[in-house]
Structure formats: structure tokens, C-alpha cells
Design a protein around this ligand. Structure first.
Ligand code: KIV
Ligand code: NA
Length: 265
């Protein structure tokens, strides 16, 4: 199997082939996603919400991200694995940012890291890149800054914030990031950024004019049930299927149907 590389993602953008990306946090799920042919797997800090049940991404630690990423990497033969550096492990100190990125690369076997923000974190981005670690940027709605924004609504609707986003996107490309995630911003703005940048721009709630799409896998499979933003398309109701299966199991146990003779030693 030919492995997906950051260079192949650039080539995909150049030839107009859209990039498919999903989150993954564990071995079993990552194995299915990789075998399905997904291009990029993101070990997102959304693990904090989806795996641990936290309200925000802030509580997850670098050690916990490393645990998730290690599990995902073990499952993957083809996809490019990108790992979020969690809140508190790269902001404000480029030395700490580099240390975090190196821990991720050494301990997980992941292929790249992702960080949230633009100009504010440029020293961290530079330092990580200087060690030869590929960096994916993330602008727009950046959940690690949720307490600054106050809400999870669409970002960069106003001219000033849109202008800063464009400048940050260009800066991240100039610094040497290999790709950029744009989360929950107007489609027209996302399309403009994707057109102006050479590196692939991957959107979530950022419309169709970008170079690829990413979703949280538990959301698109319908494992999470109560999260229903407009940008989310549900491709299955796995939560419903699981519930039905578990209910049949419970009923089989209660009715003495399970286990039967063939299922015993
Ligand atoms: O953590 C995550 O799931 C993400 C994606 C939504 C881009 O950062
Ligand atoms: Na994230």
C-alpha cells in the first residue's frame, strides 16, 4: 500500500483532487477508516469531548493525546496521521512547543502535528518546523480559545476578523505549514483562502470551495447523537444500530436464549 504523504496532499490540491480527512482516537476505529481509504486521520483533541466526555477540548493532556495517537498509528497502513498538540503544550513558549511536538513524533509514530492559531503562535510553529516536523495550521473557530470567543458560532463574519484570518493563513503558508484547517467560517472566505494559498486547505463547516473536508468521525457516523450543527452530514446511524444490538443482547440474556448449546464449551 502506498502511504499518503504531505507531498501527495500538495499534489492532490494541484490536480484538483479533494482530500478526505476524519478524526480517529483508537485502534479499532482507525483500522476501519484506514482500510476504507481515508487520506488523512486526525487524532484530534476533540478526543476530550468524544472520548472523555468533557465539554471543551481544554482538559486533555499531552500524555492522553499520545495514548490516543499511539493507538491510531498502530492501526494505520496508508493514511497520513496528524496529531493535535493540546491546549497548554505549545502556546507562549516555542521551546515547550518543540518539546511537545518531538514527544508526539517519537512516542506515537505520527506523521505531523496540528496547532491552533496564526501570528500569536508563529514562534512555536517556526520552532517545530525547524526540527523537521510537518505542521498543519488551524484557523477560524479554534476550540482551544473557546473561552475567548464565548460561543461556538460561525467565525470571521466581520471584515476585520476575516482580514486577520487571511493574513494568518498566508503567514502559516510562508512559515512552511503543509496544510491548513479552516473551521466554521463563511464559504466565500474559505474559498478565497484556498484560492490564494498553494498548500491544501481542509474545511469543517467552511463550505465546498476548499481543497478537502474533515469531520469528527463519531458525529458523521451518528455515534454522538445530540450534536447537530448545520455543517454536519450524518452518513449512518451507528448509535441507533448499537443500541438495537445491545437491546437484543440484553433480551437474549434475560430470556436465557444466550448462550445456546453451540456457544458453550
Ligand atoms: O480536534 C478536532 O476534531 C479538530 C477537527 C474538528 C479539525 O481539530
Ligand atoms: Na482539534
Amino acid at each position: 500500500i502506498k502511504k499518503v504523504t504531505t507531498h501527495q496532499l500538495a499534489a492532490m490540491k494541484a490536480r484538483g483532487e479533494k482530500i478526505s480527512m476524519l478524526t480517529a482516537y483508537d485502534y479499532s476505529m482507525a483500522k476501519i477508516l484506514d482500510a476504507s481509504g481515508i487520506d488523512v486521520l486526525l487524532v484530534g483533541d476533540s478526543a476530550s469531548n468524544v472520548m472523555a466526555g468533557n465539554e471543551t477540548t481544554l482538559p486533555i493532556t499531552l500524555d492522553q493525546m499520545i495514548y490516543h495517537a499511539t493507538s491510531v498509528v498502530r492501526a494505520v497502513d496508508r493514511a497520513l496521521v496528524v496529531v493535535d498538540i493540546p491546549f497548554g503544550s505549545y502556546q507562549g513558549s516555542s521551546t515547550e512547543a518543540l518539546r511537545s511536538a518531538i514527544r508526539i513524533m517519537k512516542e506515537t509514530g505520527g506523521h505531523a502535528v496540528k496547532v491552533e492559531g496564526g501570528a500569536e503562535i508563529q514562534e512555536s510553529v517556526k520552532k517545530i518546523l525547524s526540527a523537521g516536523v510537518p505542521v498543519m495550521g488551524h484557523l477560524g473557530l479554534t476550540p482551544q480559545s473557546i473561552y475567548k470567543f464565548g460561543t461556538y458560532t460561525v467565525r470571521a463574519k466581520e471584515e476585520e476578523e476575516a482580514q486577520k484570518l487571511i493574513e494568518d493563513a498566508k503567514l502559516l503558508e510562508e512559515l512552511g505549514c503543509f496544510a491548513l484547517v479552516l473551521e466554521k467560517i463563511p464559504s466565500a472566505l474559505a474559498e478565497k483562502v484556498a484560492k490564494e494559498l498553494t498548500i491544501p486547505v481542509i474545511g469543517i463547516g467552511a463550505g465546498a470551495g476548499v481543497d478537502g473536508q474533515v469531520l469528527v468521525v463519531h458525529d458523521m457516523l451518528g455515534i454522538t447523537q445530540d450534536f447537530k450543527p448545520r455543517f454536519l452530514r450524518r452518513y449512518a446511524n451507528i448509535g441507533g444500530i448499537m443500541k438495537e444490538a445491545v437491546q437484543v443482547y440484553i433480551s437474549d440474556v434475560k430470556s436465557h436464549d444466550f448462550p445456546n448449546e453451540k456457544e458453550c464449551y
